[in-house]
Design a protein around this ligand. Structure first.
Ligand code: RFL
Ligand code: PHB
Length: 390
């Protein structure tokens, strides 16, 4: 079997790339290890940058995002018992949309299927071969049968734990990593929104985040020990902790509701370079991870595949390889900016158990500066809404 581009992984990166290539008349096959039901229900990201919204709209998969997603023109920073608004729209002219990642996945899967795109679920034993030649291939098992697919390119969109990145020979790879000494406890709650905008709270007991999914489902997080267990947290204990971290002198209060999902997420910053080797290219979490505080992970995955689709279009339509050869360099500029922003937001808002009183005062001084200086607030706002594409 033969195709033009093999894409490993049907996350936001893999599905969107396959769709963008289809719009350029380039054929691809997407191989996904999980079931369709599983990828369409896994709870992950929620915040889409303006540029991500634009790409999804231009690709014709933005209708539900525009009608069901919520456009947010600002965010709030809460500390010292007060809430402070960062007016994203006024500072940058841009906004964000809160629309769940698994809804983006549903829209992309529907678009691929409607276009008779080749999307294979529940593949196993995926391995990459001859990636340093012009005819790389992928072996895998599907429906109990071993298969081999040959292509011009293989794109690893298989996330942090995927097989694509380790296929690049170890001596050529350089990994940069920071693991944070805390995690996030995430909950899904049946209730009306507590706030019109996301609230990022810094508190001496740790960070808390008030987010949303829909008029009836809310998504909240609080900083926890990464080794803690969900079973240790009763609903009462969760609400008590959230209320303490979000206490506000103006009478605002978080709305409670039935908690119907709880999970703990580890936090890391990670970049692997190069993002290409021979005819293998990596995109999204396969190549880099950010802590979720800056809401950048899925947006970076989208930015990577935008670059790849431009480079592959130039290759197929004009025979040009330049954009392919500069892919690592081009993608890493945005990746490192987002790595810095995500690390900075994380450092600004979390409790570090080993922080000295001096470091705690620096953290508070920076928060005060952010909410009192237009220049400082603009730095946060323009990174949060996403810098324009190069
Ligand atoms: P994904 O989504 O991990 O998809 C990879 C896919 O590859 C499949 N796979 C394989 N398939 C075939 N063969 C193999 N050998 C395979 N190995 C793996 C997997 O089953 C999977 O379907 O990677 P992708 O596409 O790069 O997308 C990245 C995003 O999912 C991720 O960055 C975001 O979820 C991060 N993130 C956020 N990003 C944002 O932009 N805004 C946010 O508000 C935001 N919030 C978050 C987040 C991530 C979170 N968690 C759970 C880590 C909040 C949280 C809590
Ligand atoms: C979410 O709604 O899941 C979410 C929102 C903002 C973040 C991270 C996650 O920074």
């Amino acid at each position: 079997m033969k195709t033009q581009v093999i894409i490993v992984g049907a996350g936001p990166a893999g599905l969107l790339l396959s769709h963008l290539l289809h719009l350029q008349g380039i054929e691809s096959v997407v191989l996904e290890s999980r079931t369709r039901a599983d990828i369409e229900s896994t709870i992950r990201a929620g915040v889409l940058e303006q540029g991500t919204m634009d790409i999804l709209s231009e690709a014709g998969v933005g209708a539900r995002m525009r009608s069901e997603g919520a456009l947010h023109h600002g965010i709030e920073l809460a500390f010292g018992g007060k809430r402070h608004r960062i007016d994203l729209n006024e500072l940058t002219g841009r906004a964000i949309t809160v629309y769940a990642q698994h809804e983006v996945i549903k829209d992309l899967v529907a678009a691929r299927i409607a276009a008779a795109g080749q999307l294979l679920f529940e593949v196993s034993a995926v391995s990459l071969h001859d990636i340093d030649s012009k005819q790389p291939s992928v072996r895998f098992t599907h429906g109990g049968e071993s298969q081999q697919l040959t292509a011009d390119f293989v794109i690893g969109c298989d996330g942090f734990h995927g097989i694509a990145r380790p296929t690049i020979p170890e001596p050529l790879r350089r990994d940069y990593q920071r693991i944070y000494p805390f995690g996030w406890f995430g909950i899904l709650v049946e209730s009306a929104p507590s706030s019109e905008e996301l609230i990022y709270a810094q508190h001496e007991r740790g960070f808390a985040l008030v987010s949303t999914r829909s008029p009836t489902v809310q998504r909240h997080y609080f900083q926890c020990d990464p080794k803690d267990e969900v079973a240790n947290w009763s609903d009462d204990r969760i609400w008590s902790e959230m209320h303490t971290r979000l206490e506000s002198s103006d009478g605002w209060k978080l709305k409670e509701g039935k908690i119907f999902q709880k999970n703990i997420i580890g936090m890391r910053s990670f970049v692997s370079t190069p993002m290409q080797y021979g005819r293998l290219f990596l995109a999204g979490d396969a190549a880099h991870i950010v802590p979720p505080t800056g809401a950048k992970g899925m947006n970076l995955a989208v930015a990577d595949v935008r670059l790849l689709s431009i480079a592959l279009e130039a290759f197929y339509k004009k025979g040009q390889e330049e954009r392919l050869s500069t892919y690592t360099e081009d993608a890493l500029k945005r990746v490192w900016r987002a790595e810095h922003f995500s690390w900075w937001m994380t450092s600004l808002l979390h409790r570090f158990d080993d922080a000295s009183p001096f470091q705690q005062e620096l953290q508070r001084a920076e928060l005060d500066y952010l909410v009192s200086s237009r220049a400082a607030a603009t730095v946060l706002a323009e990174n949060y809404v996403g810098l324009p594409f190069a």
